[in-house]
Design a binder for this molecule. Structure first.
Ligand code: PLP
Length: 497
């Protein structure tokens, strides 16, 4: 089996290899097939049969990527500035997805770059286990200052969004145990939720390919609410859909009846699901979840890895929806994507419960037995503090709020195009959902993604949808260009199959 896969990747001249696998995904007329055919023709002139097309790309096993396809037709970024990616082939590509929902202040923002450079020369690493340095203390306070008056009192730094999610799950267990309710071990996630790639995160998340290979090792005590997409009633809603919010949230009561409130530690949702195609919650949904969790002593965790740091025109979704979660997980915009980092922001009372439990145990030293070598890493902290300066000084959250109606109007102008079944948006994130051919479900979104990229605009294909998340610094004419490129690609794709 391995050798077959290997031959597909390394011998792109073989029509039976890359082209067969591609056409099964996206069809023979698509741009992707064309690109691959070009690569194949080039390679047949220059490369002996047993050589990979790009030997220099062989060593890196790329994450969440069709490695065989990429290595036949690579897309390599050389440098970036603002909303523009400069590719190694000399092309300039407009970034319509802020890197990967990360780069809210634009790429290579000078103040952030300078802060990282200075910090690297001053203190490259310091352990935060039983000693420390000043930056995480300062950064934690600056984050809390963004969300005053909601009871948040502590920030626990992690390495990324996945580790922030695992930290939230572990803190939930520790909290209930500290209160003498150690039997609360069940977590409830939601269909179409994405919470990173840790075993905890894939257990509460619900994207089939993320789970199926690993299902033997996922947490057993997890279940999922239905997703909030209701195309019959809510297709083409602008912002939060009108229908179904309360009844969808009330489904949590059914889970509570089934498992018993006293077994449930927490509920985790993305306030707006991002990775599965931008699903804003129907009106009233999050508030109702909050009420039900309060009634039953269940913790509510908002995974704000995408929605945090201004994506919705507010610092966090807790402000946008005016619903206070017990914990917020974040990453990405935390450092403007410039240095890997994540964080868990939690209510002061969660911390207090753990501390008072430790106070009661004479043998206790470390109160919460958890942490990462890189929790509070100096470069990440410096990048994060500088990112907050930029967000504040350039009023970027306010800017996102001002741009959101323009973005909404533009993205919804694609409504009447062929094969468009829904358009959704919230703040500066949106998605265009496309028809699905059950035999090749994501063929159309992949094809449109490739067409946009060939036209020098980067969007994201998420399942059957094209997702957009422009940087908060984007200009209106750049939004126009993203939308017009997507329009052209949808039309061309529809004419092609
Ligand atoms: N949670 C959400 C909502 C995300 O969107 C992501 C990543 O996209 C993660 C968690 C995982 O973050 P990371 O890739 O930094 O581990």
């Amino acid at each position: 089996m391995y050798s077959i896969v290997r031959s597909i990747s390394r011998y792109p001249k073989n029509l039976s290899g890359s082209i067969r696998s591609l056409s099964s995904t996206i069809g023979t007329n698509s741009v992707l097939t064309q690109l691959s055919t070009n690569s194949r023709q080039k390679s047949s002139m220059a490369v002996p049969d047993d050589e990979p097309l790009h030997p220099e790309l062989e060593a890196f096993w790329m994450p969440f990527t069709d490695n065989r396809e990429f290595k036949n037709a690579p897309k390599l970024v050389d440098s970036a500035k603002g909303c523009t990616l400069h590719m190694t082939d000399g092309r300039q590509v407009l970034d319509g997805i802020s890197g990967l929902w990360t780069t809210n202040a634009g790429h290579c923002q000078p103040h952030i770059v300078e802060a990282i450079q200075k910090q690297a020369g001053k203190l490259d690493f310091a352990s935060n286990f039983n000693m420390g340095h000043e930056l995480p203390f300062e950064f934690a306070q600056r984050i809390l200052d963004l969300i005053p008056n909601r009871g948040y009192g502590k920030v626990f730094f992690t390495m990324c969004g996945s580790s922030a999610v695992d930290t939230a799950l572990k803190l939930s267990l520790a909290y209930h145990r500290a209160r003498g309710e150690g039997q609360r071990v069940r977590f409830i996630g939601r269909q179409r939720g994405y919470h990173g790639v840790g075993l905890g995160g894939i257990s509460v998340g619900c994207i089939t390919p993320n789970r199926k290979t690993f299902s033997g090792a996922t947490l057993q005590q997890t279940s999922h609410l239905k997703h909030t997409l209701d195309l019959k009633r809510n297709a083409f809603s602008k912002g939060e859909p009108e229908h179904g919010g309360i009844e969808m949230a009330d489904e949590l009561e059914l889970q509570i009846q089934m498992y018993g409130a006293d077994t449930i530690a927490g509920v985790i949702v993305e306030p707006v699901s991002g990775s599965t195609g931008v699903l804003p919650p129907p009106k009233g949904y999050l508030k109702r979840l909050r009420e039900i969790c309060d009634k039953h002593g269940i913790l509510l965790i908002f995974d704000e890895v995408i929605t945090g740091f201004g994506r919705l025109g507010k610092p966090f979704a807790v402000d946008y929806f005016d619903v206070t979660a017990d914990m917020i997980t974040c990453a990405k915009g935390l450092t403007n994507g410039a240095v890997p980092a994540g964080a868990l922001i939690c209510q002061e009372y969660l911390h207090d419960a753990i501390m008072s439990h430790a106070d009661r145990d004479p043998g206790s030293t470390i109160e919460f037995f958890h942490g990462y070598t890189y929790s509070g890493h100096p470069l990440a902290m410096a990048a994060g503090i500088a990112a907050l300066d930029v967000y504040r000084d350039q009023k970027l959250f306010e800017r996102a709020a001002l741009l959101a109606p323009y973005f909404e109007e533009k993205i919804h102008s694609l409504k009447d195009l062929p094969n468009v079944v829904d358009i959704r948006n919230c703040g500066l994130m949106g998605a265009i959902d496309l028809t699905v051919d059950p035999a090749r479900p994501f063929r159309r979104s992949t094809d449109i993604f490739e067409r946009c990229f060939a036209d020098d605009v980067l969007v994201r294909h998420s399942g059957s949808a094209i997702a957009l998340a422009p940087a908060l610094v984007i200009e209106k004419h750049e939004i126009d260009r993203v939308i017009e490129t997507v329009r052209k690609a949808i039309i061309a794709s529809s004419e092609s199959f």
